[in-house]
Design a protein around this ligand. Sequence first.
Ligand code: NAG
Length: 238
Amino acid sequence: MLATWATCCIAFGVSVALLGVDQGWVRFSTAKKSVESADKPDEIEEAKRISDSLMQTEIAKQCLEQPDEWKRIPYFWSQNSRAMKRTFVQGALYGPDKLTAEPLVFLNRDRKQFIVIAHIGNSLCGHEGIVHGGLQATLFDEITARPAFWNLPRSVALTASLKVNYRRPALANQIFVFRTSLEHMEGRKATIKATMEDLKGNVLSDAESLYVSPSNEKLVSDNSSLLKMIEGVYPGAF
Ligand SMILES: *[C@@H]1O[C@H](CO)[C@@H](O)[C@H](O)[C@H]1NC(C)=O
């Protein structure tokens, strides 16, 4: 039962994903929360059950059946647990009844389109039973960043703007599909669009963001080798 989950921390990162690709999840032994969760095998089981249900969605099956078109990459890639705990999504929003399992991510061979499949539990609501609009905006920010990272110079991208249209209530405790693509790129600026759908294909919200690769190269270092490493975690297609 999702509701019976206590807080635990199941983390994913480039370094640990290599160990955890088969299970689809892995625990960080250094995170305090995960030490508590080690005594709760039912929570670990539930995380695994949700991971499996993401894999069993039609959209995931379609992507997995077209390995020349879609390549699976990890969602989380923090390289150490301290940094991980400080991030908003991996640290604060990830866990039982929240963002319950590591979302599935598929990268298109054009590296401009991504599909993200995520389950959101009951504990990130605004109105009761409805996923908070701010969480949807956070996920749009995160997810639209991917086409930006994969296309902008030096694979560096900072959000300049984000606009979200809320179209229908997103009921909590279900699986959502985000589709995002690079619409336009000019120099250091990229415009990205995205939709959030339920499994029936109803668009619940959509977003447009503008990402910028900063001109000051000292501000943030070149990130392209990290992306190569991320793509290498699930080797195989293209
Ligand atoms: C570098 O790329 C990773 C993975 O795409 C991303 O999480 C990170 O925020 C990027 N760093 C910058 C400064 O853009």
